[in-house]
Write a protein that binds this ligand. Structure first.
Ligand code: PXG
Length: 442
């Protein structure tokens, strides 16, 4: 064992950072030391306007009193309770509160600790559901190109982001992918849902014909694909996926890790698009990002299928040490109280058109080849520097950070998803900040 007693306390090398250019970062670290409402404070004392709600999770803004207080109180009252064969009241209270805001038909909740775990949980429920229904041949899972469903093996198997998959072997077998819906040549600079591409959903019919419906358990999609750079579903697309799944007895899973908890101006995207999935995968905004937690919503039809056999038997062999952790539940309850008191789950609807207009005012800035928006989500796609993909957007990210704006980039796309408490004045400030970055030499 090495003697680390004399290590410099702020040596950055030991922490291998997630999804980070570690060497670049450690030469030029960017640290946040405080946060309040719409702003972070950096280690060098600057204020940074949060254009990304952390990583799409801090929907109510930072360090909100009901949430911090709930966590503080819970930590002093009941810190941990075993999750298997035992419980605590807040886990049940939270599930009921979640069902209250969920789309009609969602009646039960399984807890996890992240979006990735929520995805794995939903895929396992889908496989086991068909098995308990006597249709054990339904084992295939269908995802989509450019989809992001976290980083665990199920999620990267159904996911469609090549760099997240190519290093990790053969992944799950029996997975297929639908084509993505990005048609910039037809839909560039569309406000809201694009006109073209709804018929791409019929590719699912082709996949069903290829494999036969009797082998397919579930289709999983993000209603709005986030991580890949904000792909908004073309008009009619999600409705068509629902029709095909229903026709063939295939479960439809919406991965709402990003769209859940108010991002589109409705509690969930399923309500925004008026499409009913069989399961909804969530995390992030559930606890305002403050404590790791996820939740998977399922219909009564799915849940009830498991409730047979001897009553002393475990019905579903799945769960985590921290499923429904008391402090996470307290944080989620404090979050839901904040959303309710401030109307945040629907605030995005009031701001969406102002937000869209502000974003699209960047259309004539240098390098901009597309702008997309829905609810309080936006994307600005930049032309890549020839031979150096991602470099232009990353340089925009660094410049924005230096000038006091937190944006997120993926490939050469700037993605924006501010806390739902953002004001119109702050939208103007954020967009003007980005305009200056785009007009600088990036
Ligand atoms: N599903 C979706 C749709 C997601 O967006 C996950 C699952 C996984 O969640 P966890 O909690 O395991 O990270 C996500 C996560 C980005 C970005 O900037 C997006 C995510 C995470 C970090 C960054 O696009 N999404």
């Amino acid at each position: 064992m090495s003697n680390r007693l004399n290590a410099t306390p702020n040596d950055l090398s030991a922490f291998w950072m997630p999804f980070t250019a570690n060497r670049q970062y450690k030469k030029e670290p960017r640290m946040f030391v405080k946060a309040k409402d719409m702003h972070y404070t950096t280690h060098d004392g600057r204020q940074v306007l949060d254009g990304t709600a952390g990583l799409w999770c801090v929907n109510a803004g930072h360090c909100r009193p009901l949430i911090t207080e709930a966590i503080r109180e819970q930590a002093g009252e009941l810190d941990y309770a075993p999750a298997f064969q035992l419980g605590h009241p807040k886990a049940f209270e939270l599930a009921n509160r979640l069902i209250d805001i969920a789309p009609d038909g969602m009646e039960h909740v399984l807890y996890t600790n992240s979006g990735s775990e929520s995805v794995e949980t939903a895929l396992k429920v889908a496989l086991a559901y068909h098995k308990v229904k006597g249709q054990g041949s339904r084992t295939r899972l269908i995802g989509r190109e450019r989809g992001y469903h976290g980083v665990n093996f199920g999620g990267i198997s159904v996911g469609g982001i090549v760099s997240n998959r190519k290093m990790f072997g053969t992944l799950l077998t029996g997975v297929d992918h639908m084509p993505h819906t990005h048609l910039p040549e037809k839909n560039a600079f569309t406000k809201g849902e694009p006109e073209h591409g709804g018929d791409i959903a019929s590719e699912l019919e082709r996949i069903v014909t290829l494999h036969d419906a009797s082998t397919i358990a579930a289709v999983i999609v993000e209603p709005v694909a986030g991580s890949t750079g904000v792909l908004i579903p073309p008009k009619g697309y999600l409705q068509k996926l629902r029709e095909i799944c229903t026709k063939h007895g295939i479960l439809l899973i919406f991965d709402e890790v990003i769209t859940g908890y108010g991002r589109l101006g409705t509690p969930f995207a399923a309500q925004y698009f008026d499409v009913k999935p069989d399961m909804i995968v969530t995390a992030k905004g559930l606890t305002n990002g403050v404590i790791p937690m996820g939740a998977v919503f399922v219909t009564a039809e799915i849940h009830d299928a498991f409730m047979s056999g001897p009553e002393h038997m475990i019905e579903f062999f799945h769960g985590y040490t921290y499923s429904g952790n008391p402090i996470a539940c307290a944080a989620a309850l404090g979050t839901l109280d904040t959303y309710r008191d401030e109307g945040l789950l629907t605030r995005g609807a009031e701001l969406a058109s102002y937000w869209g207009d502000a974003l699209h005012s960047l259309r004539d800035c240098p390098h901009v080849i597309d702008i997309r928006n829905i609810g309080l989500i936006g994307a600005i796609e930049l032309a890549p520097i020839a031979g150096e993909p991602t470099k232009r957007a990353f340089s925009a990210f660094l410049k924005a950070y230096e000038s006091g704006y937190l944006i997120r980039t993926t490939g050469d796309i700037i993605a924006l998803s501010p806390p739902l408490i953002i004001t119109k004045a702050e939208i103007d400030e954020l967009i003007d900040g980005i305009r200056k970055v785009l007009q600088s030499n990036i």
